[in-house]
Design a protein around this ligand. Structure first.
Ligand SMILES: Cc1ncc(COP(=O)(O)O)c(C=O)c1O
Length: 415
């Protein structure tokens, strides 16, 4: 039966959310190899710290949390986030609570930012593979996504000079995610600085989604220096996005953050946010505000734990499976199966059979690339593993099932 009313062209031209497709494969699994092992959606695998759960119970029962809050969000949480950002980006950063607006999740922060920046027919540059919700947002708003290819030989880090060649008079923004979803690639500070210069010199915005920034502990250096001694000054072009979902393990409470020039917030973003959300959910803001300093220790523990998981995963992957990049929540891995004449089997087919027959749920690169791509041998073979989802025992179990699958499926492999 079709609907009697017409849908928006934007929605009709946009892909359906891809993750349910992977979980539909998993529904066919008969548990013959043991429990389902889910490395598909990137979700924290443990509940929030006890003090936060208790704080949330109190905050949500408090009469203060029932009404709307100021459009930018609770001042107490924005001030606490300034201190948090000092811990991450350096004590000398120039960021204030007036530079921030809290949103109902980071996805909404991106939607609102794009609505504030671009009109139908404008262009936004996104590195490929991309976080599919970014591309879906652009597509729904009839904004053209300009793909900026990244490659395994560069560790999936995008090139500022290739990006420069894609900028036109219609370009409104470059949107980067670092550490990246889906590749896990963590862009070096000097690459981020080059993108910052590029954006500033072309009078376009640089949107930097740093949802996974708390999970890099490989160096003691900040993820980048844009907030501190940066020339050009960051407020001329940078729009920083952050999600509380992963760091604080509260994805269901929907809280994100935009840090940008107060001029951008006041003249554009708050207008969009007023229509989309009025204000972000209050109990989680009130609960987090006094707790951020105490919660940081737990975040550091989680980051160390994730580093161990990533290392264990790399060490136990069966022969032939190759990690292209890894970091934050994710590993981007090339499967070893051949289709014949030097070509690889499609990652989608590999993921489907692993979910249906082996109970391992993963996402193929197809979910993160433009339609019709993946035709060449390399692109077809990449798979995203959300290493954060599974503890060490389950990571080992995933690697064992990958080891077994070649024989069970009767597939030829490179190994
Ligand atoms: C890069 C990136 N940005 C944003 C989000 C969504 O964050 P939120 O739950 O705050 O909307 C995700 C979730 O997976 C993500 O990977």
């Amino acid at each position: 039966m079709s609907l009697p009313f017409r849908l928006s062209r934007g929605v009709l031209n946009t892909i359906s959310p891809p993750i349910p497709e992977a979980y539909a494969w998993a529904e066919k699994y008969d548990f013959s190899h043991g429990p389902l092992l889910d490395m598909a959606q990137g979700v924290p695998d443990r509940p929030p710290q006890q003090i936060l759960r208790e704080g949330l119970a109190i905050a949500s029962a408090s009469p203060d949390s029932f009404g709307y809050c100021p459009p930018r969000g609770e001042l107490s949480l924005r001030e606490a986030m300034v201190q948090e950002m000092r811990k991450v980006y350096g004590e000398n950063i120039d960021v204030t609570s007036d530079d921030m607006a809290l949103t109902s999740g980071c996805n909404l922060a991106f939607v609102a930012t794009i609505m504030a920046l671009a009109d139908a027919g404008d262009e936004v540059i996104l590195p490929v593979p991309w976080y599919f919700n970014l591309q879906m947002t652009l597509s729904m708003l009839n904004i053209t996504t300009i793909p900026l290819q990244t490659r395994p030989e560069d560790g999936f880090v995008p090139s500022p000079s290739e990006c420069k060649a894609l900028i036109t008079s219609k370009t409104k923004a470059i949107a980067l995610v670092t550490p990246n979803n889906p590749t896990g690639a963590t862009y070096p500070p000097e690459i981020i600085a080059s993108f910052s210069h590029l954006a500033q010199s072309h009078n376009i915005a640089l949107i930097l989604d740093e949802t996974y920034r708390d999970f890099i502990i490989t160096t003691s250096l900040p993820p980048h220096f844009l907030f501190s001694n940066s020339t050009p000054p960051w407020r001329t072009h940078l729009i920083h996005l952050f999600s509380f979902s992963k760091s604080y393990a509260v994805p269901g409470h929907r809280l994100g953050l935009v840090a940008a020039s107060p001029l951008f917030l006041d003249s554009a973003l708050l207008t969009v946010l007023d229509s989309l959300q009025i204000c972000a959910p209050r109990p989680i803001q009130l609960a987090l505000a006094p707790l951020l300093p105490a919660l940081r220790l737990g975040i550091i523990d989680t980051a160390a734990d994730l580093a161990k998981r990533r290392e264990l995963f790399e060490r136990h992957l069966p022969r032939g499976w190759k990690v292209g990049s890894i970091g934050g929540y994710f590993a981007f891995v090339r499967h070893p199966f051949r289709r014949g004449r030097g070509k690889g089997k499609g990652a989608k087919e590999v993921c489907r059979r692993l979910a249906e027959e082996m109970g391992v749920v993963l996402l193929p690169a197809d979910f993160f690339t433009p339609d019709g791509e993946g035709e060449n041998e390399n692109e077809e073979r990449w798979i995203r593993f959300s290493v954060a989802n599974c503890d060490e025992r389950r990571i080992l179990e995933v690697c064992q099932r990958l080891e077994k699958c070649a024989a069970l499926f009767g597939w030829e492999s490179d190994a």
